[in-house]
Ligand binder design. Structure first.
Ligand code: ATP
Length: 199
């Protein structure tokens, strides 16, 4: 699996649609200060479901939508699509290419798509669990991240190894199953109470 392409439309400084192809090997993005290099990394985080505006270097979620300049009006929505080559089927879908899209309007409402099919953020999170990609994945190493990993608490560091070992999916499912069991237990108690009242 590798990132093949990113299409950015209306995200932060990208008022016009921009397409960047990532060929095999290393791609370096160079440009003057403030030209939007980090905004590309932010776009990748955002499309994968980042909800923390602080991580995206803004103060409110609307800050990810092009806010206009002296010459151009602000835009009403922001859209980013990233396409992965999935011939090795690391992403558990039977497609050779997987495209993830997020669109957000000024109202704050976000839409997500997997290969142009509308989906929930949860579906995207689950799809990328244990692949190293994703909001919590280790594939995006931002400035200061290495220091952060080294100085962080052992439990936090452990999460990185768990993702690499491919067990996050199972841990998440276990937590969900435990919540369901707890709810079922509560329902049983309620039913017992009702039976007790009626008899
Ligand atoms: P450096 O080399 O200094 O780290 P950079 O190339 O990584 O810079 P970015 O931080 O990606 O630059 O981009 C910052 C630019 O993006 C600023 O000029 C800022 O005005 C612009 N920008 C950020 N959000 C928006 C927005 N919502 N609308 C328009 N422009 C935006």
């Amino acid at each position: 699996m590798h990132l093949k392409k990113i299409e950015i439309n209306g995200f932060k400084s990208f008022a016009d649609k921009v397409e960047i192809d990532f060929k095999k090997g290393i791609t370096a993005i160079v440009g003057p200060n403030g030209s939007g290099k980090s905004n590309i990394a932010d776009a990748i985080r955002w499309v994968l479901g980042e909800q923390s505006i602080k991580t995206l270097r803004g103060s409110k979620m609307e800050d990810v939508i092009f806010s206009g300049t002296d010459k151009r009006r602000a835009l009403g929505y922001s859209e980013v699509t990233i396409t992965f080559d999935n011939n090795d089927k690391v992403i558990p879908l039977d497609y050779g290419e997987v495209a993830i899209t997020r669109r957000m309007f000024r109202s704050g409402e976000s839409e997500y798509y997997i290969n142009k099919n509308s989906c929930r953020l949860k579906d995207i999170r689950e799809l990328f669990m244990d692949t190293g990609v994703g909001k919590e994945g280790y594939s995006i190493i931002g400035q200061g991240k290495v220091d952060e990993v080294l100085s962080t608490r052992p439990e936090e560091r452990r999460k990185i190894f768990e993702e690499a070992a491919g067990i996050v999916k199972y841990k998440t499912r276990k937590i969900e199953a435990e919540k369901k069991l707890e709810k079922t237990d509560q329902n049983i108690v309620r039913i017992k109470d009702l039976i007790h009242e009626l008899t």
